[in-house]
Write a new protein. Structure first.
Length: 379
């Protein structure tokens, strides 16, 4: 079975303003003293941020238990410190310039990128999917590129920025477009073509190393994986599992197709970079509220129909992995209740920052169960 890993980034926030609170070092100290979390807890770019870079999994239920357990731990530590922990693409409010973790690589990035860093107060959901080789990774990348707008729309969870509603469902996606590499990568001929082209970027435009290749999907420089990076951090852990299930399924689907290399190249050729760029910005703006780019039709289509068609296309792979029930349940709830962005926006309209904080508290460790009803809440 195809393996996968999930990276979730969490941000600690002042309970009144929902601005970043620079307490990550305290939480990390506790995480590092806990045998269960020590290997998977990491500092992140911001002093208000921690990352859970999960173990490698084959089963989604094992991943779910790990994600929920880590979330409970950081929620407990946040409560002890009198702060809020949010799993969101952008903090609802932000300082003029963030506090950066005191790590030499991060300090170099700040030096190279200057004013871009003022708005780089972001948290993402990254999905690693195991691949047999980098050649297989390029096939999967070419096949998955056209679906990035839908995956961006599904995972949109950053409508608020500096105290106001941006009107966009994924403002994080917009802010990332300022980096030297962002959005969809181009298509590639093979692994040698990929490696040659990314290495030519080193040292140019603030690309200090391969880790600053900021495309929404890329081959890992140090793991045998393809990494999906388009997602905002998610309010609930099972929405992260939904995204992970879809990413794993599209990789498996691409590699199993007859003449996989040519099929993936043809898929990419049908959706050139300029079209994908426009489609990604469209998804960042509207999320799943209206229409989204559908690679099967080659244009905009109702978001619910596009997601349903995507799941239908991947049904065999999802069933084989044991993920079909999860995907149908969580995607159905997403279509009914809205994405994280829609729910944040609704809470902000009704109660301002107090409502948004309540939403964060209610969802950080929410386990929706098999009937869609919450079975746990924040301790």
């Amino acid at each position: 079975m195809t393996t996968f890993g999930i990276e979730e980034e969490f941000q600690f926030l002042d309970p009144g303003t929902l601005r970043p609170a620079d307490v990550a070092d305290v939480v990390l100290e506790r995480l590092k003293k806990t045998p269960e979390w020590h290997p998977v807890a990491h500092p992140e770019f911001l002093a208000s941020q921690v990352e859970h870079a999960s173990a490698v999994f084959e089963r989604m239920d094992d991943a779910g238990r790990a994600l929920l357990g880590f979330r409970r731990f950081v929620a407990d530590r946040a409560a002890e410190l009198g702060v809020v922990v949010g799993s969101i693409g952008t903090p609802p409010d932000a300082a003029a310039f963030p506090s950066i973790s005191p790590i030499e690589r991060y300090e170099r990035i700040v030096h190279d990128m200057d004013g871009v860093i003022a708005d780089h107060q972001l948290s993402g959901l990254h999905i690693h999917v195991g691949i047999p080789s980098r050649e297989h990774g390029v096939i999967a990348l070419n096949a998955a590129r056209p679906w990035l707008p839908l995956l961006t729309a599904i995972s949109s969870n950053s409508p608020l920025w500096r105290g106001y509603d941006t009107g966009y469902d994924s403002w994080r996606t917009v802010l990332l477009r300022r980096w030297t590499t962002s959005g969809s990568p181009p298509s590639f001929l093979d692994a040698a073509d990929y490696d040659r082209r990314v290495r030519r970027l080193l040292g140019i435009g603030g690309t200090v190393d391969l880790g600053v290749i900021m495309w929404d999907i890329r081959l890992s420089a140090h793991l045998p994986t393809i990494e999906f990076r388009m997602g905002d951090a998610q309010l609930e852990f099972d929405t992260a599992l939904l995204v992970a299930s879809l990413c794993r399924a599209i990789v498996s689907h691409a590699l199993a197709r007859p003449d996989a290399t040519d099929a993936a190249a043809n898929d990419s050729a049908d959706v050139p970079s300029e079209l994908l760029s426009a489609a990604l910005l469209h998804s960042a703006h509207f999320g799943m509220r209206e229409r989204v780019f559908d690679p099967l039709s080659g244009g905009l289509a109702p978001a619910d129909e596009t997601l349903t068609g995507f799941v239908r296309m991947l049904e065999g792979e999802l069933h084989e992995a044991g993920d079909l029930e999860l995907v149908k349940e969580v995607s159905g709830r997403l279509l009914r209740d809205g994405t994280g962005a829609e729910r944040q926006r609704d809470a902000f309209k009704l109660e301002g920052m107090a409502g948004v904080r309540r939403l964060f508290d209610e969802t950080i460790v929410a386990d929706q169960g098999r009937n869609g009803e919450p079975t746990t809440s924040k301790p």
